[in-house]
Write a protein that binds this ligand. Structure first.
Ligand code: ZN
Length: 329
């Protein structure tokens, strides 16, 4: 689809576009995106955390900041936390508690004058990777985001899958170690407690006590998932073992997903996934060890290709879908 606007010398052809917004616990990203998934303009601002009103005002100013010669088709909005697919109300958002019990989608639509398609942020990232990223060509896909927390979104039969109430895809809270650390969800040993960025740092600290020769003892920068990756690249044993351990836990969760859903592809993104081969190879070997020997492994496990933009692109592409097709399954 393409639109046109009147110009002084005839009409100027402009691509259909929508605004994609990805609300994060610390920063909110927004982009004006065309129907091919190309970001035409991008913005990033700190997320106001004090109240829904402050957040809404920020979202509206982001929408107004784009140089739209023609009105966007709509807004796609990725929100962090458990979001009801019926009402858009966020039931629980650990990283953005001001959203608990609130839906900002209707108000954003009313005040902007644009239709708003909302979904969980991981579901939007999955849709981005599925549409123009590492999942192109598949129809059964999961997308994991390994960062501050562990999020995931599912695409089944070529459509986002939100589950009965909208809470599907919480792979970060699947138990991978029954005796593992307590999780903020109330469980123990969730994937998020052993494979998130902070869990990797905690794990490295514990291992460091056993090896006074590790280069991680001499770091000038703070110990983070990124500095652990840098040490792994230089051959540090503790760093490599730490990332391998996280990768094995991700593999346990992925094997369960594959056994249940017979997926074609699992896309792994997020800041922790930057550790690349030190992580994904261990995910693959753990999956191989845990799925049926008799079934050739047909599920590809691949790194994400859209980086931090997956959520914005996925949200905008959802808003650009034809009317009546924007709801998940
Ligand atoms: Zn949990």
């Amino acid at each position: 689809m393409r639109g046109s606007i009147p110009g002084t010398s005839g009409t100027i052809d402009v691509a259909m576009h929508a605004i994609g917004i990805d609300i994060g616990g610390t920063s909110t990203k927004a982009g004006r995106v065309d129907e091919t998934g190309q970001i035409l303009e991008a913005r990033q601002v700190p997320t106001p955390t004090q109240s829904p009103k402050a957040l809404l005002d920020t979202l509206l100013s982001l929408v107004d900041s784009f140089n739209c010669r023609e009105a966007p088709i709509g807004i796609g909005l990725g929100v962090p936390g458990l979001r009801s697919k019926e009402t858009g109300v966020v039931e629980f958002s650990p990283n953005l508690p001001c959203l608990n019990g609130v839906s900002i989608e209707d108000t954003l639509s009313r005040r902007s004058g644009l239709p708003v398609v909302g979904a969980n942020d991981a579901e939007m990232s999955a849709w981005g990777e599925f549409s123009i990223g590492a999942g192109v060509g598949s129809s059964e896909m999961a997308c994991l985001t390994l960062g501050t927390g562990v999020g995931s979104g599912l695409i089944l039969n070529g459509r986002p899958y939100a589950g009965h109430r909208g809470y599907a895809g919480e792979l970060g809270h699947v138990t991978v170690d029954p005796a593992g650390p307590p999780c903020r969800c109330g469980n123990r040993g969730c994937l998020e407690t052993v494979a998130s960025a902070s869990a990797i740092v905690t794990s490295a600290r514990k291992r460091l006590d056993t090896d006074p020769t590790s280069t991680l003892h001499k770091l000038k920068a703070p110990l983070t998932a990124a500095t652990i990756h840098e040490a792994a690249l230089k051959g540090d044993r503790i760093a490599r073992e730490t990332l391998a351990g996280a990768g094995r836990y991700v593999g346990i969760a992925c094997a369960a997903l594959i056994n249940i859903l017979d997926l074609e592809v699992i896309v792994i993104g997020g800041g922790v996934a930057a550790a690349g081969e030190f992580l994904i190879e261990h995910v693959k070997s753990e999956v191989s060890a845990r799925i049926y020997d008799q079934v050739p492994q047909s599920c590809r496990i691949v790194p994400a290709t859209l980086g931090n933009n997956a959520g914005v692109i996925g949200a905008a592409l959802r808003a650009l879908e034809p009317a009546g097709k924007t709801q998940p399954r």
